[in-house]
Design a protein around this ligand. Structure first.
Ligand code: AMP
Ligand code: ZN
Length: 455
């Protein structure tokens, strides 16, 4: 297996710390909003990496966190807590927001046939681990405390810019209106390990006692603390989106290696490129924020989406278009018909063409692996095709879910409108009509909703 390592900027031979075993930590979602197409792509590609390693005979231990506290609206220390913001927007408590969006994340992953991690850990369940880690950093002289927070002093860690390749002098504070900077912070790149419940965070809902006063942890410390707890001081593979390179992962390395004196914290850094929609960045304001429910509601199968993701290499930016998905859906339906009678055996999986193996071993070259699958299809080797799709996590036997009927969607939209104008009697009446017709409506924030068929 060969993998591109962001640390060395090279495709390297993959040699884990312990022969035959792979420890893999994947940065998880911040559960303050719905899982979108960008997340679906990222976690699907993590899943393809895991399945490929397993197929190659490695025993993989896969750990992923759920960020339910501490991630500010800026990856550095500016802005407000995303969970608190989500709660204010939806009128739910922060705990309810976290639970609600964690469930949506799980449902989205299930739809995409993403294997659940062996360990999924919530930040709020690991506060003592984080406090212990900060204490260790403090003991070793890597921190300083101001009236507002405990900071990691980046000038004390020589390898700080190794991953990003940036110059420390170039790390400036963002100049934006909402930026709130601590005047006692020594270097713009110093980052918070612990926020005190003072100043802009005086009313922060989630807070815990600590040696530095009541407060809550910074975002980066959670991944250091939890990866260490479950995988030890050395990890084979750590994944995340490319946005994590300059701040989040840079900070994770500094904290982890400073605390344990062990180098390297991570042997292979794997970063996924971003997904854009119809040529634009995905965002709520542009109205192109797409979820798995949107995909299903338009009658597409999540496995067609998985197939579409695999057509782009994970290090390439991907441009999602509805027309491309429509094309792949046709291919997927064809596969479904052809393969309905295929009965691949273990033997078939072992005998899949050398080219397919080589493609996956070559830094997870999924576009080439798919091309090989289509070549096998042309040759009529259906059992091999079926086995190969199985390795990539594409199931063909399941029937596409029935899309929600248009008139039900319309009723739900009408209800959202009624709620917006505070006509709650009308909203209740519409909910009842929807329920009578066999569907249930679940409210999300910003007057968004989900429809599910009653079982
Ligand atoms: P978040 O919930 O924002 O912390 O993101 C969870 C993971 O999804 C991170 O590894 C992000 O880098 C990744 N991610 C977020 N947005 C996108 C996107 N548009 N395309 C690909 N990956 C994304
Ligand atoms: Zn992380």
């Amino acid at each position: 297996m060969r993998l591109f390592n962001t640390m060395t900027k090279e495709v390297e031979d993959f040699v884990p710390f312990f022969e035959g075993n792979v420890s893999m930590y994947c940065c998880g979602p911040t559960v303050y909003d719905s899982t979108h197409l960008g997340h679906l792509r990222k976690y699907t590609m993590d899943d393809v990496l895991r399945r490929t390693l397993q197929f190659m005979g490695y025993k993989v231990k896969h750990v992923m966190n759920i960020t339910d506290v501490g991630h500010l609206t800026d990856d550095a220390d500016m802005g407000e807590d995303k969970l608190e913001k989500g709660a204010r927007r939806s009128g739910k408590t922060v705990w309810e927001v976290a639970e609600y969006y964690t469930q949506i994340f799980h449902e989205s992953m299930q739809a995409m046939n993403v294997l659940p991690p062996h360990i999924e850990c919530k930040a709020t369940d690991h506060i003592p681990d984080m406090i212990a880690l900060i204490k260790e950093l403090e003991r070793k002289g890597y921190t300083y405390t101001t009236e507002q927070a405990v900071y990691f002093d980046v000038t004390k860690f020589a390898r700080y810019t190794e991953l990003s390749g940036q110059k420390l002098a170039d790390k400036k504070t963002a100049v934006r209106d909402e930026v709130v900077e601590d005047p006692q912070k020594k270097h713009p790149a110093d980052f918070s390990l612990w926020f005190k419940r003072v100043g802009r965070f005086a009313d922060h809902t989630m807070h815990w006692p600590s040696p530095w006063g009541d407060g809550f942890p910074g975002w980066h410390i959670e991944c250091s603390a939890m990866s260490m707890r479950y995988l030890g001081p050395h990890i084979d593979i750590h994944t995340g989106g490319i946005d994590h390179i300059p701040v989040h992962h840079t900070n994770e390395i500094a904290q982890s290696e400073a605390a344990t004196d062990k180098h390297p914290f991570v042997k292979y850094w794997v970063h996924h490129n971003f997904l854009h929609v119809e040529g634009e960045k995905m965002s709520k304001s542009l109205g192109n924020f797409i979820t798995i429910d949107d995909i299903k509601r338009k009658g597409f199968h999540p496995m067609a989406l998985r197939l579409l993701f695999l057509q782009t290499h994970y290090r390439q930016q991907m441009n999602f278009t509805w027309s491309a998905l429509a094309g792949v859906q046709k291919t997927y339906e064809k596969l479904n018909t052809i393969l309905s009678k295929a009965t691949p055996t273990y033997h078939d999986a072992q005998n899949i063409s050398r080219i397919f193996h080589e493609a996956l071993a070559d830094d997870l070259n999924t576009p080439r692996a798919l091309a090989e699958i289509f070549a096998l299809l042309d040759e009529g080797k259906y059992n091999h095709v079926s086995a190969a799709l199985d390795i990539l996590g594409i199931t063909t036997e399941s029937k596409p879910e029935e899309p929600i009927p248009e008139h039900i969607v319309r009723l739900a939209q009408e209800r959202a409108q009624a709620k917006k104008t505070k006509d709650f009697a009308r909203a209740d009446e519409l909910r009842e009509r929807i329920e009578q017709q066999g569907y249930r409506i679940q409210d999300a924030s910003d007057h968004r909703f989900r429809l599910v068929k009653k079982t």
